[in-house]
Design a protein. Structure first.
Length: 472
């Protein structure tokens, strides 16, 4: 049994008390202006009414906090939170209680509700990243003038084109599936890319081998397919700067071509060095992504859900190929424009959300949505006109093709995949044979087909995206 507890601190308690007394004292709360220094309250003479001057002074001081109140009780809570007691209310302001003073202040200060702060744009694009992606889409093309003397252009071009179309289609489908997997975790995204990217490279190389019948061109197609697969992984995982650094040898080799003949060894070695650097960077990024813990029980999206995205990539590749046969520089213009196109896709989303907040009826939103679509499409096409004139491309063919690609990508960004895919496949199926076989009207087939497809895609975008639901 322990003895009676002593009130005298001793031992650990004494040390703790000493530390508290030696330490800094807590800061005192600032006394309000109406607080009375004298602790003894002064009794206000009976029959004397409220001090209107003091109440007016208090109302002016707290006007910005009383104005938004919707009831006098809110003013009473404000006064109480400031430490105003009943005795102070009576002595200084002449009111019998806190609620009486609060009612007087509520009536004296007019209602003033501040405007809410403007909401941040949830779809604000990263301008530098979008422009960089456009450059990265075009930089691999430098490998072709650098290595052109090493292979037979006529015989090898067909195999490389077929491999490129397969890689483009597979990359579109794989990119869509990888972005779906991001909803469940980065580990799952890494696994999808780890198995999907090599499979696409193998398929593209096999297609090139079937077209060429074998030979050295298969090695060139394999290198092209491996690069496209690795670059697709880096772009999906937002590692654009690493990809740009890996392409530095290729850029350096192509930059000196107008003034210096690098020789066969450098012509082959610099693109190979850029390929190896890209593969090494991709392997490291995938390893880092796979190191993230997996989400247990994560659902896998259906593989057929990415099919329309792959078919859209194939149709877009065929349309660009048809245009490139007649105007090779048009392909460069379209490739570089994919960066601004992606930026405008974000701006369309942001402007649509702003239109949704500014309208009160579905009809008003549809009208604004049509204006947003027209503005974004115009901003995309206008810079292409001088670019086409500078490169010698025909604007009448380039602009409808660009409009088709952008509106198709817009619908795909909102998950409206099959309509855009069907329209682009139809345009490619009609314009392809007419142009490639040089049938009657071959020069007008692509512009007319793309113009019709662009109009249908724009109408589809108004119908499907002109409602508030996709932007909510």
């Amino acid at each position: 049994m322990s003895g009676p507890m002593s009130l005298e601190p001793g031992g650990a308690e004494q040390d703790a008390l000493a530390r508290r007394l030696a330490g800094p004292r807590p800061a005192r709360r600032r006394r309000p202006r109406w607080a009375i220094d004298d602790t003894t309250p002064t009794v206000r003479p009976p029959g004397r009414g409220p001090d209107e001057a003091a109440v007016s002074e208090l109302a002016a001081e707290l006007a910005d906090r009383i104005g938004p109140a919707v009831h006098a009780y809110e003013v009473a809570a404000l006064l109480e939170s400031e430490g105003l007691s009943a005795a102070q209310v009576n002595e200084r302001y002449g009111h019998p209680d806190l609620f009486s003073l609060a009612s007087a202040l509520y009536e004296r200060v007019p209602r003033a509700f501040p405007e809410p702060a403007p909401a941040a744009d949830p779809w604000r694009p990263d301008t530098v990243r979008c422009l960089l992606r456009g450059v990265l889409f075009a930089l691999p093309g430098l490998a072709y003038p650098l290595t052109a003397p090493l292979w037979d252009t006529a015989g090898h071009a067909r195999a490389l084109i077929v491999a490129g179309l397969v890689s483009w289609a597979w990359g579109q489908a794989l990119g869509h599936r990888a972005h779906l997997r991001m909803a469940t975790g980065r580990h799952e995204t890494g696994r999808t890319l780890l198995f999907g990217a090599p499979a696409g490279a193998v398929q593209a190389t096999g297609a090139a081998a079937l077209v060429s019948g074998g030979g050295p061109v298969v090695l060139a197609a394999a290198a092209q397919s491996a690069y496209l697969a690795a670059a697709g992984v880096l772009l999906v995982l937002a590692r654009e700067r690493l990809l740009l650094a890996a392409l530095a040898p290729l850029v350096a080799g192509a930059a000196v071509l107008p003034w210096w003949e690098p020789g066969r060894a450098l012509r082959a070695g610099l693109p190979l060095l850029a390929l190896l650097a890209t593969l090494a960077v991709t392997g490291r990024v995938l390893a880092t992504t796979l190191a993230v813990p997996a989400v247990p029980g994560a659902a896998r999206p259906a593989p057929l859900g990415s099919l329309p995205y792959g078919l859209f990539g194939l149709a877009a590749g065929v349309l660009v190929l048809i245009e490139g046969r007649e105007e090779p520089y048009a392909v460069i213009v379209l490739t570089v424009s994919m960066g601004p196109a992606e930026w405008l896709l974000y701006r369309y989303r942001g402007l649509s959300v702003a239109a949704l907040r500014a309208t009160a009826t579905p009809a008003a939103f549809l009208l604004r949505s049509a204006g947003v679509l027209a503005l974004c499409l115009l901003l995309y096409l206008l810079p292409l006109l001088p670019a086409a004139l500078l490169t010698g491309a025909e604007p009448a063919a380039l602009l409808p093709l660009a409009a088709t690609l952008w509106t198709g990508l817009l619908l795909q960004a909102f998950g409206v995949a099959w309509p855009s895919t069907a329209l682009c496949l139809t345009a490619a199926a009609v314009a392809g044979p007419v142009t490639l076989l040089h049938l009657r009207g071959a020069g007008l087939a692509l512009p007319l087909c793309c113009a019709a497809a662009a109009l249908c895609l724009a109408a589809c975008a108004l119908v499907r995206l002109g409602r508030p639901a996709p932007h909510g």
